[in-house]
Every structure is written in structure tokens, then in C-alpha cells.
Ligand binder design. Structure first.
Ligand code: ATP
Ligand SMILES: Nc1nc2c(ncn2[C@@H]2O[C@H](COP(=O)(O)O)[C@@H](O)[C@H]2O)c(=O)[nH]1
Length: 204
């Protein structure tokens, strides 16, 4: 039987750098995982592509998927829905590949309840002013929305103690190194290693 992949959940306030760090880990080529593309009802930003950055769907389609049980988790975040399609996550983990989720805290809490074997990492900014300047510099949100996201951020940072690991994203390379170590260590945990040996012995 194929060993189930590892579920890696990266949370943290909007603008902290989750996407930047995840892409840098992937581009390093040292850690293999599949990124779970989320679904959202928010408007596409300039440069974003459907099926790459998100599955951009209407509120009606999203609500139907909730009703059909098609989401592993979902949350409403500053006026829009965001959620993780269940089938992709389940199939990919079953095929033995690691899956990486990049989601906000309420969604992560739901995943913790359903898949407690996952690793839950909280990415935090060095301070709130740095977070504000990252969101502003990204230039994707109007000022009123930046303020709303910052208010959310304060609440989200208070939920850090629900996570297994906390990583400060001061410099991208520091956060990348730490998260790579976390993932590598999880793969070295005894139950996983025993499983791997079992498979080798069975194939002998
Ligand atoms: N360590 C860092 N130092 C300075 N700037 C950073 C750092 N990490 C990310 N950034 C910048 O901060 C901005 C936000 O990063 P990014 O979009 O990756 O955040 P995010 O957490 O994925 O946001 P969201 O949750 O809203 O999608 C980007 O402009 C990115 O280049
Ligand atoms: N609970 C979930 N949160 C998600 C998901 N995909 C993204 N997100 C988070 O939403 C906010 C806002 O994202 P943005 O793209 O509008 O800046 C941010 O914290 C994302 O991480 C998801 O599937 N579920």
C-alpha cells in the first residue's frame, strides 16, 4: 500500500508572505509537494489566472459546493468565500504525494479537526507595520481593504497557539530554510520511517 502523503498547512495573515515563501520552497527543488489551488468568490487581481492562482467561482457555485460536501474547509474572509476542494487533497495524499495548503486561520482550524495528522505552520510578520507595508507595496488592495485585512491580522496572530510551528518571515530565505527543516523532520518521524521500511521489506 502506498504511504499517504503529508499534509502541510501554512497559515498566517494576508500579506505576510505565504505565497512568496511557498514558491521559494518549491523552486529550491529540494522539497516535493503539490500545491492545492483554492476556490474563491473574490475578483481576480491583475495578473491572476483561473486554475493557477485560484479557481474563481460565483457565490452560487461556491455555496453549492459547500452543500455538496465538496470542500475540506472554507471560510468567509473580508466579504468573500475561500475554500479547499476536498477531492484533489484526498486523491493526492492517497497517491503518496505531500499536499501544501495556504489558508487563513478559520479554515486551518477545520482542517485540524478533520486531518489532525497534518503539520500546521503559522507564518508571522516581524511586526504589524511591516505587514502593512507589505500589503501596501503589493498594491493589490484599496486602502480601506488594507485596513480590514490588518484588523483581521491582529485576530489571526492571536490564534498562533493552535499551530505546531511558528516561523517569523523576516527574510524570505530564513523562513524558507526553517519550513524546509520542519517538513524534512516530519518525514523522519519514526511512524513514517517504519511505514517506509515495511513497504521495502514487503517488496523484497
Ligand atoms: N520576507 C519578506 N520581506 C519583504 N517583503 C516580503 C517578504 N515576504 C513577502 N514579501 C512581499 O510581501 C508581499 C505579500 O506577499 P505574499 O503575496 O506572498 O503574501 P501572502 O501571505 O501570500 O498574502 P495573501 O494571503 O493575501 O495571498 C509581496 O509583495 C511579497 O513580495
Ligand atoms: N480558509 C481558506 N483561506 C484561504 C484559502 N485560500 C486562500 N486563503 C486565504 O485568504 C486570505 C485572503 O487571500 P487573498 O488571495 O485574497 O489575499 C489569505 O489569508 C489566504 O491565505 C482557502 O482555500 N481557504
Amino acid at each position: 500500500m502506498t504511504e499517504r502523503g503529508l499534509l502541510i498547512v501554512l497559515s498566517g495573515p494576508s500579506g505576510v508572505g505565504k505565497g512568496t515563501v511557498r514558491k521559494a520552497i518549491f523552486d529550491s527543488g529540494e522539497i516535493d509537494f503539490e500545491y492545492s489551488i483554492s476556490m474563491t468568490t473574490r475578483q481576480k487581481r491583475a495578473g491572476e489566472e483561473d486554475g493557477v492562482d485560484y479557481f474563481f467561482r460565483s457565490k452560487e457555485v461556491f455555496e453549492q459546493l459547500i452543500e455538496d460536501g465538496g470542500l475540506l474547509e472554507y471560510a468567509e474572509y473580508v466579504g468573500n468565500y475561500y475554500g479547499t476542494p476536498l477531492e484533489y487533497v484526498e486523491q493526492t495524499l492517497s497517491s503518496g504525494k505531500d499536499v501544501f495548503l495556504e489558508i487563513e486561520v478559520n479554515g486551518a482550524k477545520q482542517v485540524r479537526e478533520k486531518m489532525p495528522e497534518g503539520i500546521f505552520i503559522f507564518l508571522t510578520p516581524p511586526d504589524i507595520m511591516e505587514l502593512k507595508s507589505r500589503i501596501l507595496n503589493r498594491g493589490t488592495e484599496k486602502i480601506a481593504l488594507v485596513e480590514q485585512r490588518l484588523e483581521k491580522a491582529v485576530e489571526e496572530i492571536k490564534m498562533m497557539d493552535h499551530y505546531d510551528y511558528a516561523v517569523v518571515n523576516d527574510k524570505v530565505e530564513n523562513a524558507v530554510t526553517k519550513i524546509k527543516h520542519i517538513i524534512e523532520s516530519e518525514h523522519l518521524k519514526v511512524p513514517r520511517v517504519i511505514n517506509r521500511y515495511k513497504k521495502i521489506v514487503e517488496e523484497m
